[in-house]
Design a protein around this ligand. Sequence first.
Ligand code: NAP
Length: 276
Amino acid sequence: MIIDQHTALYGVIGNPVRHSLSPALHNAAFSATGFNAVYLAFEIEDIEECVKGIRAFGIKGTSITIPFKTAVMPFLDEIDPLAKRIGAVNTIVNDNGRLKGYNTDAIGAQKALKKKIELPGMTCLIIGAGGAARAIGFMLKEQDVAVSIVNRSRKRGEALARSLGCPFVPLVDIEGAKGDILVQTTPVGMYPHIDQCPVPEHILEQGMVVMDIVYLPAETRLLKSAKNRGCVTISGVDMLLHQGAEQFRLWTGLDPPVASMRHVLKEALLKQDERN
Ligand code: NAP
């Protein structure tokens, strides 16, 4: 890769970001397509000042991660309608000085699910009621999926269920709930707590589609158990890959080099697994 006077700058903004796989993912995509750009990680404190910096330096696009996905919204010029409904932005596109916010978590989850199941007419239990659950809930609703929110805390669970116009089930009562699909969006089972599973494993029925959005490890205890019980499983790595691929499409207007992106992501995750 040659960096020259025309090289465009992209990056991920968050705190912390030093664990982020996005630089590896996007630099691989730029390199595979010959797009003259580099992608860096920016660990920042003040999101308002950071957005001024994006404008001042003409940074062409950024990923936004924890804890700024909602906080960044008032400082942008325009928000895509789906991101507005979700209430969170994970991508900024700088269109000649005009900053527009998008949310690609939803489309990333949609693409990962659609590889294994036709969504319209299905029923789905979403475990969790945080930012990711919100993005996936709105996407599934748009796809005519009948969603139920299952959450540990009643307050947060009921609030999301109300926004989506769907039922709420307390996590302790999950045994009475039914779904063709189960989407797990809590951090339970993520490294280093890899022996934890957020739901009783006997509720996983043969033929059910189970997606865990945790991607470290790539196969969580929930997914292992689901596979053993004859479920169709989808790893969080697929969602991560596709949300990144959609960011690349928004920034460059090019078809994302998904195979190269998948390869680099797998390598990076393998390295992290070995380190752990
Ligand atoms: P968040 O806004 O903090 O929400 C976390 C949710 O998990 C809340 O509903 C919380 O329930 C629940 N929860 C947390 N600890 C729990 C426990 N011990 N038992 C039961 N429920 C628990 O987080 P988020 O932004 O939605 O992210 C959630 C996870 O998704 C993270 O691990 C993140 O890395 C992952 N993620 C993956 C992708 C991808 O591309 N694969 C994209 C986005 C996020 P309460 O309301 O009861 O606190």
